[in-house]
Design a protein around this ligand. Structure first.
Ligand code: A3P
Length: 296
């Protein structure tokens, strides 16, 4: 039986099933957004959203491992400070500012916004930002499947078409490379911590510790070990069956590094390599993404 957690997802997904694909995205200032999840009034209102200095704020381009990080942060906050975050995706652009304002401190919030579109108050209040990135080849593959499995978004016509849309930034929340370049400029900001999907895969306890330290949530060794055990892909996928039912598969698909090899043609791989070389090679974020290890 579905728990109350599943209701918001289910109702949005029901809405998606009743809507024509061509109506599911709309463009705002050159960027596509989801009609159902982020209607224009939410984007308008988000501009004035009031941040708090102690908000726990997670930022990620879609499909970079946002929900994994959400699972991790919720467990950290609960174990370290006894804070139970509301049972809804923490993405600020999914709600009106009133809903976001209702949560008591410390709030757990997140966004898929490009840094230039993050409400200005998060910068003036110097709210700490944890940014999750993932190698672009696995990100586009994950995004492609998400389009086809999630009725809120239009189905991708084909892998080739979606790949081409991704490369030109014609996907919801815009261009991966635009987001990456904007964060690259903030890599030295002490209020910004960038972690990659691949780092979490390499050493989950270490990643969890970095997150807890960054937001100031001390954890005992035992708590750290428990959280690491409970946030592996298989644990989270299993748990999602209770909270999300069949929709769990939408958010917890494969959970691996390197699935791009099952999708990319030679030419697509070369195109991505060239784009990476042009945009991110030689940058701090480029180095952190370990492109040569994970994308070659
Ligand atoms: P795949 O589609 O490659 O499986 P987001 O939450 O930003 O939408 O990212 C979704 C991706 O993160 C999906 O990738 C999903 O399977 C993966 N993911 C979710 N939880 C995970 C976990 N605990 N460990 C590893 N990957 C996870």
């Amino acid at each position: 039986m579905a728990t109350p957690t599943a209701k918001p997802f289910h109702s949005k997904m029901d809405q998606g099933m009743a809507m024509k694909d061509e109506e599911k995205l709309y463009k705002r200032d050159g960027t596509f957004y989801s009609t159902i999840m982020t209607p224009p009034e939410n984007l308008d209102a988000a501009k004035d959203m009031e941040a708090r200095e102690d908000d726990v704020f997670v930022v990620a381009y879609p499909k970079c491992g946002f929900n994994w990080m959400v699972g991790i942060v919720k467990k950290i906050m609960s174990a370290s400070a006894g804070i139970t975050a509301p049972d809804r995706p923490p993405i600020i652009e999914f709600y009106s500012p009133e809903v976001v304002a209702q949560s008591p401190s410390r709030r757990f919030l997140g966004t898929h916004f490009h840094p230039d579109n993050i409400p200005v108050s998060f910068n003036t209040k110097k709210t700490k930002m944890l940014v999750v990135f993932r190698n672009p080849k696995d990100t586009v593959v994950s995004y492609y499947h998400f389009m086809n499995n999630n009725p809120v978004l239009p189905k991708a016509e084909s892998w080739d078409k979606f790949f081409s849309d991704f490369m030109s930034g014609d996907v919801a929340w815009g261009s991966y490379f635009d987001h990456a370049l904007a964060w690259e400029k903030r890599m030295d900001d002490p209020g910004v911590l960038v972690l990659t999907y691949e780092e979490l895969k390499e050493n989950l306890p270490e990643g969890i510790k970095k997150v807890a330290d960054f937001f100031g949530f001390p954890l005992t060794e035992e708590q750290l070990t428990t959280i690491a055990k409970e946030t592996t892909f298989s644990s989270m996928q299993e748990k999602s069956k209770n909270s999300l039912g069949n929709f769990g598969k939408v958010f917890f698909r494969k959970g691996e590094v390197g699935d791009w090899k099952n999708h990319f043609s030679e030419a697509q791989s070369k195109q991505m390599d060239e784009e990476f070389q042009k945009k991110l090679a030689g940058t701090k974020l480029g180095a952190q993404l370990k492109y040569d290890i994970y994308c070659k």
